[in-house]
Design a binder for this molecule. Structure first.
Ligand SMILES: [Zn+2]
Length: 121
């Protein structure tokens, strides 16, 4: 009895097909589906490695990120409004960079009253 591979459409004998999540696949496609993705993301690996080094964290920052970090380092803590004014950056830019820096455990935020202050991690 003939069936069709759900992925490439090749005609296969039903008893030779491989079932996976309710679909029938030929051997090639079945192997493809089960094998892990071949392509790896070099950037993800790179940042994971630099992340592990810890001490070198600051050397991986972009010039913009360094400006933010150095500003906060100099002040001890800073609000978003203050940085928008003094670093001449847009709020979205700052928020985006802060998200990266927070993720790298370089900066953190703390709430004082109704204001958010950014400081070194
Ligand atoms: Zn196939």
């Amino acid at each position: 009895m003939l069936a069709q591979c759900a992925r490439c459409g090749k005609k296969i004998e039903k008893h030779q097909g491989y079932e996976h999540q309710g679909n029938l696949f030929c051997e090639d496609c079945y192997m493809d589906i089960l094998s892990p993705p071949k392509a790896c993301d070099p950037w993800a690996v790179h940042s994971a490695q630099t992340f592990l080094k810890g001490k070198d964290k600051l050397s991986t920052l972009t010039p913009l990120q360094l400006r933010i970090v150095n500003y906060i380092k100099g002040k001890g803590e800073a609000t978003l409004d203050e940085m928008i004014e003094n670093l001449h950056l847009k709020e979205e830019e700052l928020r985006r960079e802060f998200a990266v820096l927070r993720h790298m455990e370089i900066l953190r935020a703390t709430k004082k009253g109704d204001k958010i202050f950014y400081l070194l991690f």
